[in-house]
Write a protein that binds this ligand. Structure first.
Ligand code: UD1
Ligand code: MG
Length: 481
């Protein structure tokens, strides 16, 4: 394995990507929770290169800042003007001051479907065949725009001809240059000095290095990708959505083969960072993002959007939006719940319908079943929070915390005005506004006394339907049909 460890991977990401028609540089567009260049870096990292250099140019501050976040060990080389892929690689090699002994792999920053496995196969072919350069190629249904792989009668690669420079006969060729190569570093550096700009675009073509090396008597080889879709470069938003679909399918397929039921792959979207355990079930219309994890036998959906959410084994989450939450084993959430960051729901707990939670630790077996807001609160175990309760956490300037004990039964329509504490085993009456601490085991009643003013309707609304109904109910008059 160490034999195929490249001395460097050079990622080309200096181009503008005008066809994206976007204020965002092309390589920063995202699919499945990662930028295009982030996917390429992840694949490149699988080769464990000694150096990883990204050539940046267009919007380079933005791209470099992003690289600092996703791969702080990647180096950047600046290509001030985009004078072609050969020029870009030259800038990349310049960054590796001492020159490069060993293999240099070149990839483009806009091919997010490329896998580490394919890069490894390219490096292995390169070494196995003792090549000076090995190009990754693929047979594509439509080769328009791509560089064509020209082979001689023996099948040996002789050159790459760009679409714009190709003859009619060469344009018939469907084997294309993916833009991914393995090179002998020294030979590459020497050959790049000989690349000219006498082509239709007036650019230094990296692809010309093949012909130069071949003419100098070096071995030039090719490695054909198993799946041409893997090498597709993204140039516009149609291709962006196609790539997202392919990658998403790939991720779901892997999950299904590992024992996850995905009821409707067409409407289920996942990020590369999402993880599953066996027998998790994902119902239609569900989006799983970030570090979301579905535990064994858990069931999520339909129509859930979970980000950075840990779903415990056997838990059930239905029609829910959640971010930064931890849902305990066999707990139940939704339908129509909104879990915000810092929500912790204990084992067998329940966050029910039209309930919003934030920074709330809700204990084991505790239920918040209906129409409530729980913000900045700690609730013990086996407590029941009555319907339509609000944890009043904000005084207009600061947030405050409330604590409810274990085995409490709080009434419906309670306001817990923070900071306030309800002791273990306490009850509160329906409609209470709890502003003072409630000692353990007490019943708190905090509402106006009810007063009935009898005969008020008959006096104030005589002859009305209400008055007639009241009269009939009190048995004082004949009921009219
Ligand atoms: C290139 C190849 C072509 C291949 C195709 C695969 C050359 C001359 N042509 O064509 O054979 O079939 O990719 O998609 O190499 N870049 C820079 N600096 C530059 C120019 C480009 O960093 O000065 C980067 C771009 O950001 C991009 C990559 O290199 O990531 C490829 O450049 P692009 O202009 O898309 O090349 P193609 O014309 O598509
Ligand atoms: Mg391109």
């Amino acid at each position: 394995m160490s034999a195929i460890r490249p001395a460097a991977v050079v990622v080309l990401a200096a181009g503008e990507g005008t066809r994206m028609k976007s204020a965002t540089p092309k390589v920063l567009h995202e699919i499945c929770g990662r930028s295009l260049v982030g996917h390429v870096l992840a694949a490149a990292r699988e080769l464990k290169p000694e150096n990883l250099v990204v050539v940046v140019g267009h919007a380079r501050e933005q791209v470099a800042a992003h690289l600092g976040e996703v791969d702080p060990n990647a180096r950047t080389a600046v290509q001030e003007q985009q004078k072609g892929t050969g020029h870009a690689v030259r800038m990349g090699l310049d960054e590796l001051a001492s020159g490069v002994d060993g293999t240099v792999v070149v990839v483009c920053g806009d091919t997010p479907l490329l896998t580490g496995g394919t890069l490894r196969r390219l490096a292995e072919t390169h070494h196995g065949d003792g090549n000076a350069v090995t190009v990754l190629t693929a047979e594509v249904p439509d080769a328009t725009g791509y560089g064509r792989i020209v082979r001689d009668d023996t099948g040996a690669v002789t050159a790459i001809v760009e679409h714009k420079d190709a003859t009619a006969a060469q344009r018939e060729i469907r084997e294309i240059n993916s833009g991914v190569f393995a090179f002998d570093g020294q030979l590459l550096a020497d050959a790049l000095k000989k690349v000219r700009t006498n082509n239709s675009q007036g650019e230094e073509y990296l692809t010309d290095v093949l012909g130069i090396l071949r003419e100098a008597g070096h071995r030039v080889g090719a490695c054909v990708a198993g799946d041409h879709r893997e090498i597709a470069g993204i140039n516009n938003r149609v291709q962006l959505s196609e790539a997202r679909r392919i990658l998403n399918d790939r991720l779901l397929e892997r999950a299904m083969l590992a024992g996850v039921t995905v009821v409707d792959p067409a409407t289920t979207w996942v990020d590369v960072t999402v993880t599953f355990e066996q027998d998790a079930v994902v119902h239609p219309g569900t989006q799983l993002h970030g570090s979301t994890h579905l535990g064994e036998g858990s069931e999520v959906g339909p129509h859930c959007r979970l980000r950075d959410t840990h779903v415990g084994a056997g838990a059930r989450v239905d029609n829910t939006v959640s971010e930064g939450a931890r849902i305990g084993a066999q707990a139940s959430v939704g339908p129509y719940a909104y879990l915000r960051p810092g929500t912790r729901l204990g084992v067998k707990g329940k966050i029910g319908t039209y309930v919003e939670t934030k920074n709330a630790a809700i204990g084991e077996g505790t239920k918040v079943p209906h129409l409530s807001y729980v913000g900045d609160a700690t609730i013990g175990d086996h407590t029941n929070i009555g319907a339509a309760s609000v944890f009043v956490n904000y005084d207009g300037q600061e947030k405050h915390h409330s604590t409810i004990g274990s085995h409490c039964r709080t009434g419906s329509d309670n306001m817990f005005v923070a900071p306030v504490t309800v002791g273990d085993g306490a009850y509160t009456a329906a409609g209470s506004v709890i502003t003072k601490d409630v000692p353990p085991g007490s019943l708190a009643v905090a509402r106006g006394q009810q007063r009935n003013i009898e005969g008020w309707v008959a006096r104030k609304r005589p002859g009305s339907a209400a008055a007639k109904a009241a009269e009939a109910a009190s048995g004082q008059g004949p009921r009219e049909d």
